[in-house]
Design a protein around this ligand. Sequence first.
Ligand code: FAD
Ligand code: 2HG
Ligand code: ZN
Length: 518
Amino acid sequence: MFRTLQNRLVSAKPVFLAAQRGYAVKSVPLTAETYSTKVSRNPNFKKLDEQDLQHFSSILQDPHGLITGEDDLLFYNEDWMRKYRGQSQLVLKPKSTEQVSSILKYCNDQKLAVVPQGGNTGLVGGSNPVFDEIIISLAGLNKIRSFNEVSGILKCDAGLILENADNYLAEHGYIFPLDLGAKGSCHVGGNVATNAGGLRLLKYGSLHGSVLGLEAVLPDGTIYNSMESLRKDNTGYDLKQLFIGSEGSLGIITGVSILCPSRPQVFNVALLGVSSYEAVQKVFVGARKELSEILSAFEFMDGKSQLLTGRHLKIDHPIESAEYPFYILIETSGSNKEHDDEKLETFLANTMEEGLVDDGIIAQDETQLKNLWAWRESIPEASTIGGGVYKYDVSLPLKDLYGLVEAVNEKLVEADMVGFDDESKPVVEAIGYGHVGDGNLHLNVAVREYSKTIEQVLEPFVYEWIQSKKGSISAEHGLGFQKKNYIGYTKNDVEIKLMKDLKKHYDPNGIMNPYKYI
Ligand code: FAD
Ligand code: 2HG
Ligand code: ZN
């Protein structure tokens, strides 16, 4: 039988808020210097001058709308992983779509390059400048515009924080169809711009399906508005799809209209210890079949990721019986407690009887449920505690998913780089975890500091390995700066040409988030 938690584990750290990070550690090297052989400033872009600042002041009419102080600029210039640092001298914080439009029109006319920024939680260096691009932060555009209790359609500003959107919806019996570890900081607009996947894509699908309409400003200031879109509308090209996952390369999203499902009344979470990746796959197949419509998340974590997370959270793992090579987190959500409890318990008991699961725990209350999720949601942050982390976010056929972690570990061992407690080794650990239900692996290589030597061992090796299995080099985080030169490992020449044509058409001066994407 499954053990229960009985209030043993109640002190898991809450989900990390990027904005609360300290900056006491080493300063982040400039992206332009680290990658000087890969990128140089486009000489066609104008450099910011006093007249530009005056013009922006006249548009924003608010002294807090312009940030120019070096210390204040740091948060916006640096990325969440502290891997990339830009040199912007100006952050603009518009409060309306019209202000965004006036800013972009002026920047386009003057050839001033810009970077749209949401919560700055992106993991591919997409939200930070490389040189002196102006950062346009959406943080001031953060209102709920409307919510229709009958249709479940939420209309909001792009800068609304995801958690605030979900809390609002909870009061009305609805749920945001996306959930992820950075929810306390990331913006709904940033989520759409990256086409974020998250922890419940298995149940609610991708934003390409749930986003019904958008409001976005093109580089020349034109406001595209499809916020009144209907659930079904087959008149012409579905233009909003172009912006979903465009990572700020075509325009700035200022408003989002999204279809939200009813909030499930019952949630269950189980954490399981298993002995092989083979067993992980079998449990997944069984869960999809047996738990069917109530299965809302199926996540896996390797044993090393849990050791790292334990060190980070400074608490014992909830499954104390042994250290397992793999762990699975299953979430069910539905409307009938008795039914859901029984389904999950029966399923888990069967998997144990079949020898697929060795040990496991089911959360007994809301606190325990959150604590079990913390063992999954805290991994991205835990992976940075060595000093830095190389993150790869990949789609692979399920059978090959963990093979990449094994191949990378072999490569790092061959290069004599790995040593958890050995300070002389540059790599702490290579770990794997992710959204099994979506065929999405997160490979994190925790390092003591970022270095060209490690990067050259990892790249293009990782990308070539993914290509050999016909996977994608980005399942959810996007291309940003990190993968700009590697898109060819996943997309063919025709696809890349069509993308470049679109970019040229909508952004002929190339001012939108330059040096990234394609
Ligand atoms: P930012 O980081 O500010 O920007 C990301 C990109 O979008 C940049 O290219 C930026 O220019 C562009 N952009 C932002 N806002 C706009 C806008 N309004 N208009 C046009 N372009 C814009 N991602 C997942 O997919 N799944 C996960 O499970 C997940 N978990 C995470 C957990 C943690 C702890 C962290 C730190 C990150 C995680 N991420 C995840 C990555 C990240 O949170 C998401 O990519 C998120 O969607 C980014 O939103 P943001 O508002 O922070 O955008
Ligand atoms: C997650 O699923 C995120 O936790 C982040 O996509 C993954 O940090 C990562 O590599
Ligand atoms: Zn993820």
